[in-house]
Design a protein around this ligand. Structure first.
Ligand SMILES: Nc1ncnc2c1ncn2[C@@H]1O[C@H](COP(=O)(O)OP(=O)(O)OP(=O)(O)O)[C@@H](O)[C@H]1O
Ligand SMILES: [Mg+2]
Length: 355
């Protein structure tokens, strides 16, 4: 989507590699997407497509063997609305430098899939929440405690004063995830990244957490990047969606368009693989054929071509698709929409012709 006044984050041509003993893993191979101010962007795609690595790059928290080798992540700080403040290139900032620390946890906050790994088991919930609050706000201990108990109440935790004194292992999974949300929101972020925040929870608790996040988003108008492999969650939570496949975004569009007129064959295949309540015949779900290839052996041309039901031999296995803008903000990386190449292709299918 275009770089406009409402953009809060823009990721352009991001390539991220991991340097391992068995070679270089090209986890991101040119990721492009943008997040609008006050909107929720869903990032979907099968396991291993690079969703979490993308989040790590935005937080500038890649593991030691990872490096963003090309591309840029532009963040527009909250002060930049209506003023001259420059955008910040996150990939250019030292990960532990002052500028990055001012953004991380202050403007951009993150919640993870498994809260037990991010909450410290030896400290009470209250002390961990207080640490986050006093880091960003100049308050006394007493004021900090009041803000912390309020924050726990805001995420609908019962008896927030008791939870304040509890240790993480004394809470349920859903309660721990609420605590994580309270910590992430304690700095009043402009952008929240939620990486599969509900997959470890049962469906009822998942629904409650999603409701809570949506309500908090409407109240605070923060932007959210919501990472999930569940298109049902995208429909419920998001305004826009970026569909990733093997280290690239293959389609970015509004959630409405993604569900009603998906353009990339991969988006269409993902949609066919989710159950529908309206399916009276209870027909079997389509599974996308084949498996996601290992990122160390990316197929040539379009990386999805070996699994694509609409593949055109001689075209899709040869040419690498560029981003094509289809209007209405819909962007797709697929050769079926490349009029020039399609016109030259001797083997285009009747299906493609009918477009
Ligand atoms: N520290 C690392 N060292 C080497 N390879 C890594 C590292 N972290 C991630 N990768 C690789 O990068 C690719 C993308 O991983 P990522 O964790 O972003 O996937 P994902 O889309 O979040 O998947 P999931 O849905 O399973 O969480 C994978 O092939 C993964 O093996
Ligand atoms: Mg992940």
């Amino acid at each position: 989507m275009a770089d406009n006044q409402n953009t809060i984050l823009q990721v352009e041509n991001l390539h991220t590699h991991f340097f391992t003993e068995s070679g270089v893993i090209r986890a991101l191979r040119g990721v492009d997407f943008s997040v609008e101010r006050g909107k929720v962007l869903g990032i979907v795609g099968e396991s291993g497509c690079g969703k979490s690595v993308t989040a790590q790059c935005i937080m500038n928290m890649l593991p030691g063997n990872g490096r963003a080798v090309e591309g840029k992540i532009s963040y527009y700080p909250r002060e930049s609305i209506g003023s001259q403040t420059e955008k910040v290139d996150i990939t250019g900032l030292p990960p532990r430098g002052k500028a990055m620390r001012a953004i991380r946890g202050n403007e951009i906050a993150m919640i993870f899939q498994e809260p037990m790994t991010s909450l410290d088991p030896v400290y009470t919930v209250g002390s961990q929440l207080m640490e986050a609050i006093t880091l960003h706000q100049n308050v006394t201990k007493q004021q900090g405690k009041e803000i912390a108990v309020d924050a726990l109440a805001k995420v609908n935790l019962p008896e927030p004063a008791r939870i304040f004194d509890a240790y993480p292992h004394q809470l349920s999974g859903g309660q721990r995830q609420r605590v994580m949300i309270a910590i992430a929101l304690s700095c009043n972020p402009t952008l929240l990244i939620a990486d599969e925040p509900t997959t470890a929870l049962d469906v009822t608790t998942q629904a409650q957490i999603l409701d809570l996040m949506r309500a908090l988003q409407e109240e605070t108008h923060m932007s959210i990047i919501f990472i999930t492999h569940d298109l049902g969650v995208v429909a419920e939570m998001c305004d826009d969606v970026a569909v990733m496949y093997l280290g690239k975004v293959v389609e970015q569009t509004t959630v409405d368009a993604a569900f009603h007129s998906p353009q990339h064959p991969y988006t269409r295949a993902l949609l066919r693989s989710i159950p529908r309540l309206t399916d009276e015949n209870q027909t079997r779900l389509d599974v996308i054929k084949g498996r996601v290839p290992d990122p160390s052996v990316v197929p040539p041309g379009c990386a999805f071509h070996p699994r694509c039901p609409e593949v055109i031999p001689g075209l899709c296995d040869v040419h690498t698709p560029e981003v094509i803008k289809l209007g209405g903000g819909q962007e797709v990386r697929c050769l079926l929409y490349d009029d020039k190449l399609m016109a030259q292709s001797p083997t285009r299918t009747a299906l493609a012709e009918s477009r």
